[in-house]
Design a protein around this ligand. Structure first.
Ligand SMILES: Cc1ncc(COP(=O)(O)O)c(C=O)c1O
Length: 394
């Protein structure tokens, strides 16, 4: 069924059979990313969707489903569950049972459900910052207290500060929300780091929600390690969130899933979800199945393009005095340190120069901006030139 060996990571020598160069006009498509700057000469490089068309194989399956024409209530296709289980085993050596999978209309929903599924009101949820903003809001929206612990930079890499993590856990801490690969710092955490985090959580009886939405976007020769594969005791405390949405550029189709091996946590997760969270829609399921089975080569080609874009961003930022960034191991997001520019609002500064970036302050990272390089190279070059000119003009 699979058209190319799919072992998770980037292969060398992949032939680029797909179009990652065309500039698709998104200005008339109610795009969240593009409509923010409607009518203005600002290149949107903020919210995490890519400016590439979804894989043609996926678009064809969606077209077939439209041709069928009846769009009634839909169950998760049995074939999709089977494909997922087979893939998780093949790519990560993770043996998952079908009843562990809970379908969701998005990861952010999953983050919020995870906060409600463990502990009680006023219990604490811990997150490592800087981090994707919904990690900061989900605990509060769920009636929990947010605690943060900062990642530390060591030799140009963001690392987990084990001592600080341990110190941040109190007797009210019930959950750690982990982002791996990490948005925005681009780390794909290694086995030893993940092991240390998980062992601390085990010891302190803290459950883990592991957001792994970027797991199929590893740009270096590294292996993604699902937290739950570190051991059965860790799996029993972990809710893993995954989706084809980032990888295959399908976030508007709202199809994601949680994997929760522990039946008690899963039951609680289902309870807090019941009657509130909508089902995944028919196109989300169809696209997910097509993506995992037929867009394997597309993903490999995408990784080649993203890696090249990543290298261009890193080379360019390194040449701009006052800006710096760490190496991006995974994701299509660059976390840029603009503190040395001494601008009160770096996002507004770059916006004025015609580039729409994400505001670091929203991630608990004041003085930083996040750049989305999931776009054609020509667009990226134009955005980077504008950044360069803006800094030179200071
Ligand atoms: C780490 C992370 N989790 C979740 C999401 C959003 O997921 P969804 O659109 O499925 O709610 C994103 C989107 O950027 C993300 O980076």
């Amino acid at each position: 069924m699979v058209d190319f060996p799919d072992n998770g990571n980037l292969k060398t020598g992949v032939i680029m059979n797909y179009d990652f160069e065309s500039n698709v006009d998104r200005t008339q498509s109610s795009s969240l990313k593009w409509d923010l700057y409607k009518g203005r000469d600002v290149i949107p490089m903020w919210v995490a969707d890519m400016d590439f068309q979804a894989p043609p194989e996926v678009l064809q399956i969606l077209q077939d489903r439209i041709d069928h024409g009846v769009l009634g209530y839909t169950l998760p296709p049995k074939a999709l569950t089977e494909v997922l289980i087979e893939r998780l085993l093949r790519v990560y050596g993770w043996s998952v049972e079908s009843n562990w999978i809970v379908w969701l209309p998005g990861l952010v929903v999953g983050l919020n459900l995870a906060c409600r599924a463990v502990g009680r009101s006023e219990d604490e949820v811990l997150v490592m910052t800087p981090v994707y903003p919904p990690f900061l809001t989900a605990p509060v929206l769920s009636g929990r207290r947010l605690r943060t612990v900062a990642l530390v930079q060591e030799q140009g890499r963001y690392m987990v500060d084990d001592a600080a993590l341990r110190a941040a856990i109190t007797d009210r801490t019930r959950l750690l929300i982990l982002c791996n690969p990490h948005n925005p710092v681009g780390r794909a955490f290694g086995r030893e780091e993940l092991d240390r985090i998980s062992q601390t959580c085990l010891e302190k009886n803290v459950a883990i929600c592991s957001d792994e939405v970027h797991s199929d976007l590893i740009l270096d020769d590294l292996q993604h390690i699902p937290t739950a594969t570190l051991g059965s005791d860790i799996a029993a405390k972990t809710m893993t969130l995954m989706s084809p949405s980032k990888t295959f550029n399908l976030p508007g189709l709202n199809c994601a899933f949680a994997i929760i091996p522990n039946s008690v946590i899963r039951k609680r997760f289902e309870e807090v979800k019941a009657g509130i969270v909508p089902h995944v829609n028919v196109f989300g399921y169809e696209a997910a199945l097509a993506a995992y089975t037929q867009a394997v080569l597309w993903r490999q080609s995408l990784l080649v393009q993203l890696k090249s874009n990543r290298d261009l961003v890193e080379r360019t930022i390194a040449q701009i005095p006052g800006l710096s960034m760490n190496h991006v191991e995974a994701t299509y997001l660059a976390w840029i340190d603009a503190r040395e520019l001494h601008q009160e609002a770096p996002k507004a500064f770059f916006e004025k120069a015609g580039v729409g970036l994400s505001n670091g302050a929203d991630f608990n990272g004041s003085g930083f901006v996040r750049l989305n390089f999931g776009c054609p190279e020509a667009t990226l070059k134009q955005g980077l030139e504008r950044i360069q000119r803006a800094v030179q003009s200071l």
